[in-house]
Design a protein around this ligand. Structure first.
Ligand code: ZN
Length: 163
């Protein structure tokens, strides 16, 4: 969806609509699957040599659990979306669907777990790890640290992971 930079008034351009899931053009083996349209509501401002975007993005996805590798449903609702686009010399138009595509993929959680988002009570793979394999638990712990979600790890330990 091409938008002319010259069409953006000083007070900003408000747009609402949706793009079909095909804009994502994801490989079926990708850890992200787009399930439906992605809808947007955005105010676009034209600043010197750049555009600023503020609004919200919504869409249905399936994400692959980083542990059990099963796909689980994920409802994206990014209500505080903001973004910028640098304009090239002489650039007069841009494609809004590309901005929506890139930002949505960026905002989706990386290395998600199925139980983190309520798709399962406890990831089946996490249970297997607690049963015996020591090394993967540490890997998971590292990952949890990086993601700053210690509470999930505490939950496992209470269920017997530290015995
Ligand atoms: Zn899982």
């Amino acid at each position: 969806m091409e938008i002319l930079v010259s069409d953006i008034p000083e007070e900003g351009l408000h747009l609402e609509g949706s793009f079909p899931k095909k804009i994502f053009a994801l490989d079926p083996k990708d850890s992200i699957r787009a399930v439906g349209d992605v809808s947007y509501e955005v105010d676009i401002f034209s600043l010197e040599e750049m555009l600023a975007f503020a609004g919200q993005l919504r869409g249905e996805f399936e994400l692959q659990c980083g542990l059990c590798l099963e796909y689980f449903p994920y409802q994206a609702n990014f209500s505080m979306w903001s973004s910028e686009l640098d304009l090239e010399d002489g650039q007069r138009a841009f494609d809004l669907s590309e901005v929506v595509r890139e930002d949505t993929l960026l905002l989706l959680p990386s290395h998600p777990r199925c139980d983190e988002f309520g798709a399962t009570d406890c990831c089946p793979r996490a249970h297997l790890l607690i049963e015996g394999e020591q090394e993967p638990i540490e890997e998971v712990a590292e990952k949890e640290k990086a993601d700053d979600t210690w509470s999930a790890l505490d939950d496992w330990q209470e269920k017997g992971g530290s015995q």
